[in-house]
Design a protein around this ligand. Structure first.
Ligand SMILES: [Zn+2]
Length: 271
C-alpha cells in the first residue's frame, strides 16, 4: 500500500462521523457562506426545550470556532499551518495587544520572536499555555510570506490533501511546541494573523442542508430574558469592543505588513 493510499484512508476516517475528526463541518451561518444551517436550527430548538440534557446537547451541537495560523517550527525550520482552539487563540491576541512594535508585533517577519504553547493537564481538561519568549527569530523575506497559503479554504484544502495541519491538541501533556507566527496574506498587500472557521462537530455534511427536520423535533419552550443562549448566538460586537479595536489600530508604528482591517475579527481581538 502506498503512502498516498494510507494518507487517503486516514483522511476518510478523520472526516467520518464516528471517528475522531481533525476538522468539523463548516457552519454556513457563522462563516457567512450561506443563509441556511439545519444544524444551527436543531441546536436552537434543543436549547429552547430548556432541560439540562437538551441544553447540554445544544451546547455540543452549536458551531464552535477553530483558528488557523501560518507558522515556522523552530526545531526543523519548516513552515506549518497550526490549528488552535479558542482559548489559546484569545491568549495570543491578548499578548499581541500588550506587546509594543509594528502591526504584527512578535509575528512580524522582520522583528518576530519565538513563542511556545505548552500542553498541560489530563483528559478531558487539557490546558494550552501560550508564552512569548525573548528569543528573536530570524528575518523572513516578504516574498516568502506572500507565498503562504491564504487559509481561506483551509477545510477544503485539508480534506483534499493539499495541506497538512499541525493540530496543537496532538501534543502530549507536558510537551511544548516552539514556533513563530507569520502574517497570512489576504491579497492586495494586506495580512491577517489568524483565520477563524466555525465548525459543527456532531453532524455530517448532509445534515447542514437536510437530515432530521428541526420542525419535527419537540416543541420548544419560550426563552426567558437573560438566558445564556446569547452566549452562543450573539455575533455582533459591542460598541466598547469596537472602540478598543480602533485605539489599538491607531497606536501602531508603520510596517510593510499592514493588517487587513476587513479581517479584523481574527486579526485584532474581536474574537
Ligand atoms: Zn450552523
Amino acid at each position: 500500500m502506498s503512502y498516498e493510499m494510507d494518507e487517503g484512508a486516514r483522511r476518510k476516517v478523520d472526516s467520518s462521523f464516528s471517528g475522531k475528526r481533525v476538522l468539523g463541518i463548516e457552519c454556513p451561518l457563522r462563516n457567512n457562506t450561506g443563509v441556511v444551517c439545519k444544524e444551527c436550527d436543531r441546536a436552537r430548538k434543543l436549547w429552547r426545550m430548556g432541560t439540562e440534557s437538551s441544553q447540554q446537547e445544544a451546547r455540543d451541537r452549536f458551531a464552535k470556532p477553530t483558528y488557523f495560523a501560518n507558522v515556522v517550527l523552530k526545531d526543523n525550520g519548516n513552515h506549518a499551518i497550526l490549528k488552535l482552539g479558542k482559548k489559546v487563540s484569545a491568549d495570543i491576541l491578548d499578548e499581541l495587544e500588550q506587546t509594543k512594535g509594528p502591526a504584527f508585533k512578535f509575528a512580524d517577519p522582520e522583528e518576530g520572536r519565538w513563542v511556545s504553547i505548552n500542553k498541560k493537564g489530563t483528559r478531558p481538561s487539557f490546558e494550552y499555555r501560550f508564552r512569548l519568549t525573548d528569543d528573536v527569530a530570524p528575518t523572513i523575506d516578504k516574498s516568502e510570506v506572500d507565498n503562504l497559503n491564504n487559509l481561506n479554504n483551509v477545510t477544503f484544502d485539508f480534506n483534499e490533501g493539499n495541506i497538512d495541519l499541525f493540530d496543537i491538541s496532538s501534543l502530549e501533556s507536558g510537551q511544548s511546541l516552539i514556533f513563530r507566527l507569520l502574517p497570512t496574506p489576504t491579497g492586495s498587500g494586506k495580512y491577517k494573523l489568524l483565520q477563524v472557521v466555525h465548525y459543527h462537530w456532531r453532524c455530517n455534511e448532509a445534515d447542514i442542508l437536510g437530515g432530521e427536520d428541526p420542525d419535527d423535533m419537540e416543541k420548544p419552550i419560550e426563552l426567558q430574558d437573560g438566558s445564556d443562549f446569547e452566549e452562543f448566538m450573539t455575533v455582533d460586537e459591542t460598541e466598547e469592543e469596537e472602540e478598543e479595536e480602533e485605539d489599538f489600530l491607531k497606536n501602531r508604528p508603520p510596517s510593510q505588513f499592514q493588517p487587513d482591517e476587513a479581517e479584523s475579527v481574527a486579526c485584532f481581538g474581536n474574537y
